[in-house]
Design a binder for this molecule. Structure first.
Ligand SMILES: [Zn+2]
Ligand SMILES: [Zn+2]
Length: 169
């Protein structure tokens, strides 16, 4: 995921648009693996701010997630905002400012930052649909697909407290 900044490097205020498309096979996400089902597409603009090259825009792709309730995998459209600053390694004395990345030459490789931003956009609790019914806690049947014959007491946890009170009387 490299962008050629040779032209905009020459003048403060100069900017250039980029359209990138690249396949990422998978990334590590905690103890899990995040699989991509579509290439990563990035629409970015790089601006020479004088001190840094500011790259911003949007990245999108599609990934495979596992539903936290029914454990089925499903495809999820992942979109992330992108805004990162890069500074020429040869003009930085010592460590760069916090949050600023270094580059060298006429290209900036955005791979690391693109991957980082995508990982941050993955929902903490993945659900295949907002009303996923999950698995039966007794027999493991996927309740989105069929009902089972278990006698479950599907009770809202808030109401469960009330039921306990009544049962104890
Ligand atoms: Zn589900
Ligand atoms: Zn069941």
């Amino acid at each position: 995921m490299k962008i050629d900044i040779q032209e905009i490097k020459k003048r403060t205020g100069a900017s250039q648009k980029y359209q990138l498309r690249e396949m990422i096979a998978s990334l590590t996400l905690g103890e899990d693996r995040l699989d991509f089902t579509q290439p990563v597409e990035a629409q970015l603009t790089a601006i020479n701010t004088g001190e840094t090259i500011l790259v911003r825009g949007e990245i999108r792709t599609e990934v495979r997630l596992r539903c936290a309730r029914c454990l089925e995998t499903y495809r999820y459209s992942l979109t992330a905002d992108f805004e990162e600053e890069f500074q020429d390694r040869t003009v930085v004395h010592g460590e760069p400012e916090e949050g600023i990345h270094l580059y060298e030459g006429n290209y900036i490789d955005l791979k690391e930052q693109v991957e980082e931003n995508l990982l941050l956009a993955v929902p903490m609790k993945a659900l295949c649909r907002h009303n996923c019914k999950g698995l039966c806690s007794l027999c493991g049947q996927n309740l989105n697909e069929a009902q089972c014959n278990c006698e479950r007491e599907d009770i809202d946890p808030r109401l469960a407290v009330l039921k306990d009170l009544l049962d104890n009387k």
